[in-house]
Design a protein around this ligand. Structure first.
Ligand code: SF4
Ligand code: SF4
Length: 331
């Protein structure tokens, strides 16, 4: 074994460079077991300390201070999107094989480890006089999980069990996938509360340039996933991360793809110049909220959806055929 590599729990496990683990820790990722991670969302902090909440609280009633942001597949993905905030192989001259998968740990151990990591994160607010005490007490019993932090979650073998394990603990679950693994989605033993599929290109050519797929036929697989979406009972979302100058044209082509998926919602959202994406894109690639609104209006017209809501803080616009969004307000 190379001295700077760590293995998983068996000799076949994918090796993750120690320098990557160090970089992730520096970026405040809490590693869970051999392949999962939790990270404090900036909106959890904003909610606790400044009373400002994320757009999913505004749109869907998800309470930012009770949200746990995690990934069961922190080091592995089938794409290398330019706009991604995660560390990718090749960033900072650290290379590993993102598609060579490890021996996966059980869903229960990933959930338990994630809850402990969230507790550690929240313990940082003990004695913080700026934190809202009532919210802090509630935050210690999280009720929502965003399975979306980094990496492609459908690569995790026990994804259905993971969702079920969170549901058993009374969580709502939002799952975000890049759509390159339709067979895994088709066989999910438990649906999430809401399912997101990222669609960040109107055609194969832009997809190859912006999402940099690591699989053969990834575009075909993504299209297969779009075709699967109408079979889900849960609300579905097509999420488009908009990068100025790269993928904000061709709303007609986007519309044709979205029509296959017939999603409950479309979220058109600006790329944010944060995390490791700043190694690949510049600040000028972030569209303004006005530019996102303009794209969303053109798209809404093409697909016959209405503009339901928007958040200028996150530069996101919500489209739907519904008159109002389905909410999951709990405590
Ligand atoms: S729902 Fe998303 S944006 Fe809102 S607090 Fe959770 S991770 Fe952050
Ligand atoms: S699919 Fe998601 S995790 Fe993978 S590179 Fe793209 S944005 Fe990052």
């Amino acid at each position: 074994m190379a001295p700077n590599m760590r293995t998983g729990s068996d000799s076949q496990s994918c090796q993750v460079p120690v320098s990557l683990l160090q970089a992730l820790k520096k970026h405040k990722y809490h590693l869970v077991g051999n392949h999962s991670a939790v990270k404090k969302c900036k909106w959890l902090h904003e909610s606790l300390v400044h009373g400002r909440t994320c757009y999913k609280e505004k749109f869907y009633g998800i309470r930012s201070h009770r949200c746990l942001q995690m990934s069961p597949s922190a080091f592995y993905c089938t794409q290398q999107c330019l706009f991604c905030w995660r560390a990718q192989s090749g960033d900072m001259k650290i290379a590993w094989n993102e598609t060579k998968l490890p021996k996966w740990e059980s869903a229960e151990s990933v959930v338990d480890g994630s809850l402990k990591a969230q507790e550690r994160i929240l313990s940082g607010y003990n004695g913080n006089e700026s934190a809202d005490l009532r919210k802090l007490r509630e935050a210690l019993a999280p009720r929502h999980v965003a399975i979306s932090l980094t990496g492609e979650p459908t690569l995790y073998e026990h994804l259905g069990e993971l969702i079920a394990a969170f549901h058993k603990r009374a969580f709502t679950t939002f799952l975000v996938t890049n759509g390159t693994n339709p067979s895994k989605l088709a066989e999910l033993s438990e649906e999430p509360t809401q399912l997101y599929v990222s669609l960040c290109a109107p055609n194969r050519e832009v997809y190859s340039r912006v999402c940099r797929p690591q699989l053969k036929d990834a575009w075909v697989k993504l299209n297969e996933t779009l075709g699967l979406l109408p079979s889900f009972r849960c609300p579905t979302v097509i999420r488009t991360t908009l990068v100025k100058g790269l993928n904000m044209e061709n709303t007609k082509e986007y519309a044709r793809l979205i029509d296959k998926a017939k999603p409950t919602y479309v979220e058109a959202k600006a790329y944010m110049h944060v995390g490791f994406s700043s190694l690949r894109l510049s600040f000028d690639h972030m569209p303004s909220h006005g530019e996102v609104c303009d794209f969303a209006s053109r798209l809404a017209e093409e697909i016959g959806y209405r503009i339901l809501d928007e958040s200028s803080d996150s530069r996101v616009v919500l489209l739907s055929r519904l008159e109002k969004a389905i909410r999951f307000d709990a405590a």
